[in-house]
Design a protein around this ligand. Structure first.
Ligand code: ADP
Ligand code: ADP
Length: 229
């Protein structure tokens, strides 16, 4: 992943909000990045851009050698379905409520022809072995959040983007989700960018990136000192 001078401006009526100002960022394959920063800093915006759900107002975004900011919509949709997994902050929005847990996983795999994880294994890894047949819409927030992570990893994505994926989980479930993300990185080379306020999560990932007021500021790789500027 490479961001070159990314600017994101939202226009609402007459007001312009500059959500990202000239963001440069390189994330290597298999890195697991915790994206930190105060509310309104631009974390979700960066995630949406990386997911191809927003087009940058300026700058370029590269994924795996492809200039995503210039792809046409059809190619972008295909790239997203095949290579990107996303966990939105609101877990229910990741899921199709009337489909079972297993069907939600299967749906995420529809565009993937290569090797992909087995639905049963994914559900087991997020602690939902017994929930395979239940409609996602009837699950608790925590269950939906865990299912959303399983769904996001179901296409063995090159890029996993997750917005506070452990916010409704207890410590044990949260740890399991983080372990699953790390395993995807280690086994499949999945690159992960995880917005989190949970220090247990950020400490377990390989690197920290902080955004403040639309700018990427202090960065650190775990194990190194990092300076807050
Ligand atoms: P964070 O995820 O760090 O809380 P966001 O990316 O959600 O930050 O927001 C960054 C800035 O952009 C904020 O000032 C927010 O109000 C604004 N913003 C986010 N989404 C929109 C939108 N759809 N329209 C207008 N402004 C937005
Ligand atoms: P929520 O944060 O309400 O649970 P999501 O996780 O689905 O919702 O969305 C995350 C962020 O994406 C929100 O903070 C919002 O600012 C931004 N967002 C939502 N819809 C859009 C959109 N259509 N275009 C741009 N940004 C959006």
């Amino acid at each position: 992943v490479r961001c070159d001078g990314i600017v994101q401006i939202y226009k609402a009526q007459d007001v312009e909000v500059v959500a990202l100002r000239d963001v440069d960022l390189v994330i290597d394959e298999g890195e697991t990045v915790a994206l930190l920063g105060p509310s309104g800093a631009g974390k979700s915006t960066l995630l949406w851009l990386l997911a191809g759900l927003l087009r940058p107002s300026a700058g370029r975004l590269w994924l795996d050698g492809a200039d995503v900011s210039r792809l046409n919509q059809r190619r972008l949709d295909r790239l997203r379905a095949a290579h990107i997994g996303m966990v939105l902050q609101n877990p229910a929005r990741n899921l199709i409520g009337y489909l079972s847990a297993a069907q939600n996983v299967a749906f995420a795999q529809r565009a993937v022809k290569r090797d992909r994880p087995r639905a049963r294994d994914l559900l087991h890894q997020v602690g939902l072995s017994d929930a395979g047949d239940r409609p996602a819409g009837r699950m608790s927030g925590g269950e939906q959040q865990r299912l959303a992570v399983a769904v996001a990893l179901a296409n063995a994505p090159k890029l996993l983007l997750a917005d506070e994926p452990t916010s409704q989980l207890d410590e044990e479930s949260g740890t399991r989700v983080v372990e699953l993300i790390k395993r995807a990185a280690a086994d499949s080379g999945t690159t992960a960018v995880v917005v989190t306020h949970d220090t247990a999560v950020s400490e377990a990932l390989s690197r920290t990136v902080t955004i403040r007021d639309g700018r990427v500021g202090a960065e650190g790789r775990s194990g190194e000192d990092f300076v807050v500027v």
